[in-house]
Design a protein around this ligand. Sequence first.
Ligand code: ATP
Ligand code: LTN
Length: 341
Amino acid sequence: MTIETPRPRILSGMQPSNDSLTLGNYIGALTQWVALQDSYDTLYMMADLHALTVNPEPESLRARTRRTLAQYLAGGVDPKRSTLFVQSHVPQHAELAWILSCQTGFGEAGRMTQFKDKSAKQGTEGTTVGLFTYPVLMAADILLYNAALVPVGEDQRQHLELTRNLAERMNTRFGQDTFTVPEGHIVKSIAKVYDLQEPTQKMSKSTTGKGTLWLLDEPKAAAKKIKSAVTDAGTEIRYDPAEKPGVSNLLTIYSVFSGKSVAELETEYAGKQYGHLKVDLAEVVAEFLTEFQSKVNVYLDDPAQLDAILAEGAAKAQVIAQETVERVYDRVGLLAPRHGA
Ligand code: ATP
Ligand code: LTN
């Protein structure tokens, strides 16, 4: 008889903050999620509570939550192997976030660079307390499930560090087995896709410029964006993010879609011009998008199937999350309710 050892757990998520995910979300996160499904117990969520931090229109948030799921599925996340759920369907996220917020220093939260960047863009009036405590909710997402590994892009490194610090702090105070201290899974070579027009800035879901490549972009329009991507002085096709951020970004993207290493591509394009690289990349990306979008449309045409996946996912997630909340409520000294008393 073989005894199955439980696979280590993975938790990750994206905000349904736009109709479409970006190529950055796909390369930096989604491809990792798919690759990890076989060796880990994977849970992937739509972080709708996080998306509320920037005050979306109610109807568009609802639609985007389903659309985000359709894109996870089209990207290869398999509901048979992964648990897929909506963050707000599991009330324990908000419950644990409160406990963690009482363990987070005000100054500690204030050092988060994503908050500083986003609040600078929103202005003082537009910046909510929710945007400030966003990383604490993210820590709750991860710690609720005793996740060992969290696959994300480079921009989330600091939030993961905060999560680890909170877990360690609570373990020291309330017992070493209160939380699993998670590790990040950030694959250096693909952890940051840059804006096609401003190749020193991260490609982001919340910007509207021409430099963002959307997974739901019309394939011809996407090809055009690649062909008009900003490149660098000189002519040599070489991976050098400091001197040649534009070309290096295109090489990273091409490497993902061609399955070839950046070094192989450098050899292949030796003596050729930027234009050659752009034309070839535009072609593979357009092909990928055509196929991806036809899958997305099949999923979107069947909202009942999407809802069934989410109902099953929420039920599974709630069982794990409730166990954690009960343990933590007890450790911090909350009086358990006496049912039926
Ligand atoms: P927003 O602009 O609304 O903050 P976002 O595009 O940063 O959104 P998130 O939903 O916050 O997207 O992040 C989803 C995942 O995609 C995270 O793991 C994040 O690290 C990753 N990611 C986002 N942008 C990039 C990028 N340009 N390159 C690599 N990974 C990225
Ligand atoms: N803040 C994340 C999205 C997110 C997340 C999570 C990622 C919310 N909760 C838990 C990993 C684990 C972002 O990518 N901007």
